[in-house]
Design a protein around this ligand. Structure first.
Ligand code: ATP
Ligand code: MG
Length: 745
């Protein structure tokens, strides 16, 4: 159990203590219309986790009330996901469709009580009659039907005498209720559709709001935990159970914030589109944020559980950085998996003064990992190194092999380049080199200084493998749809070479390929003839909030982990950035370790003395652009102009990002972009007040809730104002004005 108790566990404990319930029963109630994603993992951890912590049980229940989208293959995927995460459901898998007869009986009961009626308005009329948040709705004339007539119509609906949409069953509640959901909600609709379990037995299907509370009740659920968007549905949930006089242990609904993560959408519907239209290779494509995708990619269940634990359970929606998930998997694998060598882009080296072969006993784990083990690493006259670990005309600061600079072969000898062999077109095809016999790792008496160690494999002993490298599926931080997909999310390397120790019969194996990242033998496509490895995650951590990681153990890994020590030059930059400029370690690290970035950053500083704002843009936006593009469309001077506009309050940080995207795309000057598009930040209270007034007027429900004590809604109002201003309102000013306004409404 997590060390600190979340608000749901607090509720559960109180309910047990007060004797309200003897046993805790929760449920995880997915709709089987797609594979579960990382958001569902959070819900699984909460529901199954609470049941386990309090010695109750959790039901896995398919919420299969929508016949047209559901399928047994999704049921199987849901079962797999729960099992893989290490949870067990009680006795059997439950289905809401098993309760169709009971739910129907409850509907009849409500009709008999005069609490439900058959309405014959069409869909559009129903919507119209519902009214708006500011105006009351009006009741349908059919609401006056007698109980007998309602019973007769309901039965004939069930028998299939009517077409889709001809009638619906509605609860008779209140057409002017402030909560719109309570304006005579629909309980049943007609759908002449084949259901994957009940077949053609039913042609009326209960709506979520009617089926869910009753399914919970049928199973003896005590705590019905769902995400915040169901907050307004809670009134119906209670209304149904109260009207039917269902007594304790009846369930109560509690809401938590759903997981949102940057660089991904989080919706089965959108994933279905990716799968159906071939943007990915199935639901378990390793780029997908589905549990099946993570599993196939090589994530461990532990890392996902840790992630869910770290992000915690809150009552306000927030966005989690995907780098935090990547951090969790790296953190988990760091202490578990052996280090081996794999060359992705081979360049052959002939070691002219080496004859024969030998086997090196090479350790699989670095000193700071509490695990031991070694493998036999063959060494011979011909080896492969990574093509970019050699440069004929290196720039300053290049520490690997060059015609004049020796390098260490990891676990083996120091190597000196003797001759560069090229083809007719001038491409380097191989290197002739010499090794230094007295320089072997662990017993080096050569006295030769090298600046780095590189990975390699013996050509004769190496095995060709396929390596699949994945980038983020979406290229923007808050993707909306297909237009935001990253066109380069998959790179397949057909002819990488691994050392013999990597080739194994065992399924489910993971490795760290030195200097490349963590890799997993693809559980589906791997064969002895062509082993296939998926890149799970790279070695470098980019999670900016990592310093806030809750566990002390986590911090230790970060400091002592696999990150290479800084060179002297890098260290000088790093010290200056942290000590003189006050940048945080993460940003300073990104800038200092990348020669191109630090020189760009230094140049921007020559135009404007704003080290912190500049660093943020350079380490994030500029760094990303450098990675993607060969040449930058903007100059250091233009970045400094952009930062000046932020610093002076001309534009907001949010708008600055938008301007930056435009600069990177079109090469336009930032001042010109801001002027042309009218992006100047609005700080004038007189201009902001009308926007605020409008937001307040449009949301009377939320104003009432805020006044009744739901202070979380403050963020809602500010967010709406920022949104309605097109992101241009000055957030600080809006905060002050909204605070003031809410005191007086
Ligand atoms: P999607 O929009 O992806 O289809 P959903 O909410 O419709 O998701 P369901 O199958 O209805 O998916 O959800 C099953 C359970 O998982 C529900 O209790 C739901 O609240 C929860 N859940 C779904 N998405 C998330 C999320 N992003 N974070 C936390 N819980 C989630
Ligand atoms: Mg749903």
């Amino acid at each position: 159990m997590s060390e600190s108790k979340d608000f749901l566990r607090t509720i559960v404990e109180e309910d047990l203590k007060s004797g309200k319930y003897k046993e805790v029963i929760t449920r995880f109630p997915p709709e089987p219309n797609g594979f579960p994603h990382i958001g569902h993992a959070k819900s699984i951890c909460i529901n199954f986790g609470i049941a386990r912590d309090y010695h109750g049980h959790c039901n896995l229940r398919m919420d299969d009330t929508n016949p047209t989208t559901e399928d047994m293959k999704y049921v199987e995927a849901l079962k797999d996901a729960v099992t893989w995460l290490g949870f067990e459901w009680a006795d059997k898998v439950y289905f809401a469709s098993d309760y169709f007869p009971k739910i129907y009986d409850y509907a009849v009961q409500l009709v008999k009580m005069g609490k439900a009626y058959v309405d014959s308005l069409n869909e559009e009329e129903i919507r119209e009659y519902r009214g708006t948040v500011t105006t009351a709705g009006k009741r349908s004339k059919f609401a006056d039907r007698s109980i007998e007539e309602n019973l007769d119509l309901l039965e004939r609906m069930k028998k299939g005498e009517f077409k889709d949409g001809e009638h619906v069953l509605r609860a008779k509640i209140d057409m002017s209720a402030p909560n719109m959901k309570m304006r005579d909600p629909l309980l049943y609709r007609i759908r002449h559709a084949h259901h994957f379990r009940t077949g053609d037995e039913w042609c009326i299907y209960p709506m979520y709001d009617f089926a869910h509370c009753l399914s919970d009740y049928c199973e003896g659920v005590t705590h019905s935990i769902c995400t915040l968007e169901f907050e307004n549905n809670r009134d119906i949930y209670d209304w149904v159970l109260d009207e039917l006089e269902l007594k304790l242990p009846r369930p109560y609904q509690h809401e938590f914030a759903r997981l949102g993560m940057n660089y991904t959408v989080m919706s089965k519907r959108k994933f279905l589109e990716l799968v159906n239209d071939g943007y990915v290779n199935g639901w378990d494509d390793p780029r997908m944020p589905t549990i099946a995708g993570y599993k196939r990619r090589g994530y461990t269940a532990e890392s996902i559980l840790n992630f869910c634990d770290q992000i915690g359970i809150a009552k306000a929606n927030s966005m989690v950085d995907v780098a935090q998930l990547e951090f969790c998997i790296r953190d988990d694998l760091n202490t578990k998996v052996p280090r081996v060598m794999c060359v992705l882009d081979p360049l052959k080296i002939i070691i002219e003064n080496y004859e024969g072969e030998e086997e090196i006993d090479a350790s699989c784990y670095p000193h700071d990992v509490p695990k031991e083990g070694s493998r036999k690493l063959p060494f011979s006259k011909e080896i492969y190194i990574e093509r970019d670990d050699f440069m004929e005309n290196p720039p300053e600061g290049y520490f690997r092999l060059t015609p004049s600079q020796p390098v260490r072969l990891k676990h083996a000898y120091i190597l000196t380049c003797k001759e560069v062999v090229k083809d007719a077109n001038g491409n380097i095809i191989e290197i002739k080199a010499e090794y230094h016999p007295d320089s072997r790792s662990g017993s080096d008496t050569s006295g030769i200084k090298v600046k780095s160690a590189i990975h390699w494999v013996s050509a004769k002993h190496a095995k060709a493998v396929e390596v699949r490298l994945y980038e983020r599926l979406y290229s923007v931080e808050a993707p909306e749809g297909l237009e935001d997909l990253n066109p380069d999310s998959l790179h397949i390397i057909k002819n990488a070479f691994v050392e013999p120790a990597v080739i194994t019969q065992k399924p489910d194996v993971r490795f760290q390929f030195e200097r490349q990242g963590y890799f997993y033998a693809d559980p589906i496509d791997y064969t002895d003839d062509l082993p296939v490895f998926n890149k799970i995650v790279g070695l470098k951590d980019s999670w900016t909030k990592k310093a806030e990681a809750p566990k002390s153990q986590t911090k230790k890994v970060l400091v002592e982990g696999t990150v290479a020590p800084m060179s002297e030059e890098e260290q000088v930059f790093f010290d200056k950035y942290t000590l003189a400029f006050g940048l945080n370690n993460e940003i300073a690290n990104i800038l200092a370790r990348d020669a191109e970035l630090s020189s760009f950053y230094e140049e921007t500083l020559s135009f404007v003395n704003s080290p912190v704002s500049l660093a943020n843009i350079v380490a994030n936006e500029v760094a990303r652009e450098l990675k993607l593009e060969a040449t930058l469309k903007f100059s250091a001077k233009e970045i400094s102009e952009l930062v000046t506009m932020i610093d002076e309050g001309t534009i907001s940080n949010k708008i600055a990002k938008q301007v930056f995207e435009e600069m990177a795309k079109s090469g336009e000057n930032p001042t010109a972009i801001v002027e042309a598009q009218g992006l100047t930040q609005i700080s004038d209270p007189e201009k902001l007040k009308p926007i605020i007034d409008e937001v307040i007027a449009k949301n009377p429900d939320n104003v009432a809730k805020f006044k009744a004590g739901n202070t979380n809604l403050f963020g809602f109002f500010v967010g709406q104002v920022l949104k309605n201003s097109g992101g241009k309102a000055n957030p600080t000013v809006v905060n002050e004005l909204v605070t003031e306004k809410l005191k007086h409404v």
